[in-house]
Design a protein around this ligand. Sequence first.
Ligand SMILES: [Zn+2]
Length: 258
Amino acid sequence: MKVTFLGVGEAFDNDYTHTCILVEAAGRRMLVDCGATAPPSVWHQSKRPDYLDGIFISHFHADHVFGLPALMKRMEEDGRTRPFYLFGPVGAQRNVERLMEFAYPGMVAHLPFTLRFRELQRSHRWDDWNLRVVNTRHSVQNLGLRLEAGSPTKVFCYSGDGMFTPTASKLYTNSDLLVHDAYTMDGTVTNPKGETINIGIKTHCSIQQLERLDDMARPKKMALIHLNRNLRKEKADILKKYKQRRWIIPEPRDVIVL
Ligand SMILES: [Zn+2]
């Protein structure tokens, strides 16, 4: 299984592309989220309209899903004919179609390839891939993902946005790689006026909370993404502080082979 980080930034990041991860295994390629600024990173990866088999959408925030209309439109322009799979929370089809229609009116009806929506509630078998999801705590419904694929089987887990729950922790247990939201250090961020804003632990995960998750779920490796734009500047210090743990803070285009 090969994991390529195309985008690792937060919603309002000036340096980093929105969340977008490419997972390849058992002859399949799936994007994991595609934020508004992510499509160019996908096109740099490959210009082939058939390159991707599908996408997993964790939740409907712009920095995770607003790249979809451009991604689909370019597939159309470049001549895609084979079906494209969309995995997401219940309501995904309605939301994606609304988003596409708003971006490019008439697009949904005239797409020359089929969109195969799979609204996930617990688990889903996609040929040799096995997807399992649970809800995490975020400001909108968000799915944490466990993906098992390949031979020997490898396990990729992804939090989307939000704070983990006991069920999510269980879902991530013994994964080969857990990619997790790490928006704050301690539940707070500092704005340009120097004011401390309490984000709490209800909508995003903090690095301090990830210590707890790491101890419970014991992933073989953990990748911290979606760091707040100011916290991200402290990457070297964070990695130094946690050098005993197998944590990474990936840069765009970093690749992990599991
Ligand atoms: Zn979000």
